[in-house]
Design a protein around this ligand. Structure first.
Ligand code: HEM
Length: 69
């Protein structure tokens, strides 16, 4: 069993991992689970809510940037 937060906070892979920096994954292949990125798990236990969650996040961000005033 792997703990995704521990993987994502690995300072050997991610510089200053506690800093909010979404650009740290810019240009990296993150459409599937890798050894260093597994937000939704991987393999046979892969999160079944992945695509639903991505739609929810995209909808939220769309409303935030278009309606926030
Ligand atoms: C940001 C949102 C979410 C994150 C970060 C997330 C993350 C994960 C991770 C890491 C696992 C793998 C756990 C393991 O390996 O034992 C998992 C499994 C699972 N997730 Fe999610 N999840 C999210 C949203 C959702 C949603 C919205 C649903 C349902 C609508 C969902 C349903 C499930 C289910 C049923 C499993 C178990 C799959 C299996 O064992 O075959 N998740 N999720």
């Amino acid at each position: 069993m792997v703990c995704p937060p521990a993987v994502h906070l690995n300072p050997a892979k991610y510089e200053d991992p506690l800093t909010f920096n979404p650009w740290r994954w810019d240009g990296q292949e993150i459409n599937r689970a890798t050894r260093h990125f597994m937000a939704f798990g991987g393999g046979i236990r892969f999160c079944v809510g992945t695509e639903f969650t991505k739609v929810q996040m995209a909808t939220f961000l769309h409303c935030l940037v278009t309606k926030y005033s």
